[in-house]
Design a protein around this ligand. Structure first.
Ligand code: CLR
Length: 374
């Protein structure tokens, strides 16, 4: 298996379903929004004139998206071309939508609307599998726009997955994240690379600076745990990295569920593939929740899952031709080659009318009842 896949792009590595988690990359993308309340807070702070606290909460949000990667060791499903995922969370005040917009290279685009903000972006994971470790470089810009016009943009840092063959598999994130704002504040965050002797892994350190380049606050914490800040220009480093000092908490990770599954999903992630009867009737035929192999895996039916996965992978090989002969994403569009895919609108309206006539039947043939009778 390894021999067949060395040097390949991670998204295109074909593995038996046993290595998968019952979540697609489209759904995984939504995991980054688990702590969306930080953006609601950021909006409120900015509205009441505190631009610094807005920038700090945006920084906390950008870090919080990594928390759910801790302890994970399974590969998400690579969605089919044109596959979509929606998440309607009225209790969080957010609506999220994503689509796989390109197969060669693999690109996923997403769009999310919250209370006072919009968040969108696309990612093309440039990854290489070299046998012992995999390095993932997300290419693409994430944009956060507040309703009052303030915009922040950043890109995700490099991730490395270690011990692919021997030892305990784990991932780490490292590099510098530059969160650029269009008004007064910008933020720089450094994700420290873990060394073998590291006693304090997963560290993130950084600062918020104003237009003149003056440090307005220092931030520190761990991407799998929490983030703190100290206002002002940082004083001495030792003092600042001690949470018992005068630091204030920006974000704290939710505790993992009591009865973890073999996938180590967070309580939030566990809900993302749920197919409630009411939902099944309104989803488009392209939604990840309707993907048969993923559903079988979630139900623990490995053999059925594997057969379906092979069938869908065979079908998917034709998607290169499809794309070359002018296939276009249904819900996203990009202006120029270097631009980000932008949501063209209309998904939630179509859902209101259950009008999915022009959605392709990407999963084909599968007719079995998907909802658990239990
Ligand atoms: C080869 C197989 C069996 C093992 C690897 C499985 C796990 C650990 C890998 C597969 C795909 C990986 C993800 C791919 C892309 C991203 C986006 C990046 O911005 C953060 C890390 C994150 C979210 C990775 C986390 C680790 C990951 C989930």
């Amino acid at each position: 298996m390894i021999k067949d896949n060395v040097g390949k792009d991670l998204t295109r590595v074909c593995l038996p379903v046993y290595f998968n988690e019952p979540i697609s990359s489209l759904q995984k993308c939504f995991e980054d929004l688990e702590y969306s309340y930080l953006l609601d807070r950021a909006y409120e702070h900015g509205k009441s004139g505190n631009g610094l606290l807005r920038a700090l909460n945006v920084a906390a949000f950008a870090v919080s998206g990594y928390a759910s990667t801790e302890g994970r060791h399974c590969k998400p499903f690579n969605p089919l071309l044109g596959e979509t995922y929606e998440a309607d969370f009225p209790e969080k005040g957010i609506r999220f939508f994503s689509e796989k917009v390109s197969h060669h290279p693999t690109v996923i685009a997403c769009h999310c609307e919250g209370k006072g903000w919009k968040f969108w972006g696309d990612t093309n994971l440039r990854s290489k599998f070299w046998g012992r470790s995999i390095q993932v470089e997300p290419v693409g810009v994430l944009t956060l726009e507040f309703d009052d016009g303030e915009v922040f943009q950043w890109s995700k840092v490099t991730s490395t997955i270690y011990n692919i063959i021997l030892g305990k598999l784990y991932c780490d994130h490292h590099g510098v994240m530059q969160i650029r704002g269009n008004r007064q504040y910008s933020c720089t965050l450094k994700f420290k690379e873990q060394s073998i002797l590291e006693r304090n892994p997963h560290q993130v350190n950084g600062f918020v600076e104003d237009l003149s380049g003056k440090k307005a606050a220092t931030v520190f914490g761990k991407w799998d745990d929490s983030l703190y800040y100290v206002a002002g220009d940082g004083v001495s480093k030792t003092k600042v990295s001690d949470p018992s000092s005068n630091a204030s908490l920006l974000w704290k990770r939710t505790k993992p569920p009591h009865n973890v599954t073999r996938y180590n999903l967070t309580s939030f992630a566990i809900t993302l593939n749920e197919l409630t009867p009411g939902l099944q009737e309104i989803l488009p035929p392209t939604d990840s929740r309707l993907r048969p192999d993923q559903r079988h895996l979630e139900n623990g039916e490995y053999e059925k899952a594997n057969l379906e996965k092979q069938r869908l992978e065979r079908r998917q090989r034709m998607s290169r031709q499809l794309q070359e002969s002018g296939w276009r994403p249904r819900w996203f569009e990009k202006q120029g080659e270097s631009e980000t895919f932008k949501y063209t609108g209309g998904y939630w309206e179509a859902r209101g009318h259950r009008n999915w006539d022009d959605c392709p039947d990407i999963f084909g043939e599968f007719k079995e009842e998907l909802v658990d009778s239990a």
